[in-house]
Design a protein around this ligand. Structure first.
Ligand code: HEM
Ligand code: HEM
Length: 168
């Protein structure tokens, strides 16, 4: 059974923990302007930064081929599912950064100030901020589904899928 490279396995589990932590540290509405959740910003931006080495490691051949004995359509579905998770890992931090900028809240990465990426507005920060809020919970639900599929492979189909991401 071929495994993901050590780098990809480390980033996979670190990112999963960061996404969970980003969800738990998130704030909505007025509270964000009054007391900006800087920890939420930093953790969320770390997710975005880790996507870069992750994609490079994949490009260098760190990911084994998806091996789904049930055929090419399920392989394609698996790859599409993983691509959706990547889209969220990139899209969520950027929409969050945009939302904070619209709210006029300074964004920083653990003490390092970052520029605003949108002009501030007085009232509601708009649709992108709403997409971010909904997307922030959606990624958790999608990851839960992804984890359940992985566990199904491991314990019902018994094809050793979890071993491919085993950190030890
Ligand atoms: C926020 C949480 C998670 C995210 C965003 C996530 C994302 C991903 C992505 C994008 C891949 C494709 C491989 C890659 O490029 O690294 C993957 C593979 C995998 N994930 Fe996750 N994952 C999460 C949580 C979990 C959990 C909780 C489990 C286990 C219960 C799990 C088990 C696996 C396994 C076994 C693979 C390899 C699948 C294969 O090669 O067919 N993941 N994950
Ligand atoms: C994977 C990363 C992230 C996840 C899972 C996530 C999740 C969430 C969730 C669930 C909310 C809604 C909270 C609530 O309504 O109580 C939220 C709000 C927010 N997040 Fe994130 N977030 C992430 C990254 C970021 C980043 C990187 C930034 C900024 C640099 C950010 C800025 C914000 C802002 C400003 C709000 C408030 C939006 C509003 O009230 O309209 N987020 N986030």
């Amino acid at each position: 059974m071929r495994r993901y490279s050590r780098v990809l396995i480390a980033i996979h589990w670190l990112t999963a923990l960061l996404i969970l932590a980003a969800w738990f540290t998130s704030e909505g509405g007025r509270q964000v302007r009054l007391n900006p959740p800087l920890l939420h910003f930093g953790i969320g931006l770390a997710v975005l930064m880790l996507v870069v080495p992750r994609l490079i490691a994949r490009g260098l051949g760190g990911a084994p081929r998806v091996e789904n004995p049930q055929g090419p359509w399920l392989n394609l579905l698996t790859q599409a599912g993983h691509a959706v998770l990547y889209a969220f890992m990139i899209g969520l931090p950027i929409t969050g950064w945009y939302a904070a900028s619209r709210m006029g809240v300074p964004v920083s990465f653990f003490g390092i100030s970052l520029p605003a990426i949108a002009a501030p507005v007085q009232g509601s920060p708009g649709m992108i901020a709403e997409i971010h809020e909904t997307g922030g919970t959606l990624i958790l639900l999608l990851s839960g589904l992804h984890a359940m599929i992985a566990l199904w492979h491991q314990f019902v189909l018994r094809d050793g899928t979890l071993e491919r991401m085993n950190p030890v």
